[in-house]
Design a protein around this ligand. Sequence first.
Ligand SMILES: [Zn+2]
Length: 317
Amino acid sequence: MARFSNLLRFFRRKKFPFKFIYSDDYWVDLGQHVFPVLKYRLVYEALLRSRVKKENFILPQPAEDKDLLLVHTSKYLKKMKTGNLSDSEVLTLELPYSKELAKFAWLFVGGTILTAEMALKDGVAVHLGGGFHHAFPDHGEGFCVFNDVAVALEKMKQEGKIERGMVVDCDLHQGNGTSFILSKKDYGFTFSIHQMDNYPAEKPSSSVDVGLWSGDGDEKYLSSLREHFPRLYQQFKPDLIFYLAGADPYEHDQLGNLNLTMQALEERDRIVIEEARKLHLPVAIFLAGGYAREVEDTVSIHLNTIKVAQKVQRKYF
Ligand SMILES: [Zn+2]
């Protein structure tokens, strides 16, 4: 844990100007699996060690079915409750089904809804989880059971808390589920910057897609991002931004082939968060994917995102 020492010193000096959403129940036993469930707890523990006070963490409740039904079909909810999934559905989900997995999925959606609400209140909120962007209305895909971000955006809209929501998806993988769900809704804008020659094979159009290729690195990534921000914020004028700060564009990720350094990922976070906050737009932040060979690297990247959010909040608010 020595490698987090710089971050921890940074955190200690200042109080946090926003809330974290986290539960000790952000855990499910997946057996031998590339998905590092442990990272949620590791990020939480690193924040505690840096003396972020317990009162800065808010405990989520599982999402209610009526909220999930804003996006998902009742048939799919029933399948997830009962475990009545076909072999091919389990293969597409790429996670072993268990009752615990279903509980985990319901809780994460509750966490993402709470994060959206807290971001609207404080300007920024960070979910120590979330960003399951491959889930579709009637099935799960690629480690994603429910599309937590689409559900939260839809709920905020239905409750009149926002007019327009924007998803800024900087996970390595294209946000196929989110793009599909929001494609017909003029109040939802989806931006995805991702590796083209990677999962998912089919990439439904986002409002704006930026496709990069194996081997593309810091410069290409950051210049592509700068072409779009803050312009897209100014044009679409969202009332809330859902930022998927995936750690998987990292150069040592097991599932990705982009060559981004940790410093570039931090600059990416700065562009997305700072340009939004300069315009007084609230940002709900989600950790999303991250499969570095060393889980500590994934945790460091997530902590860097939090550090950037803290710096930006202190600078502007
Ligand atoms: Zn990913």
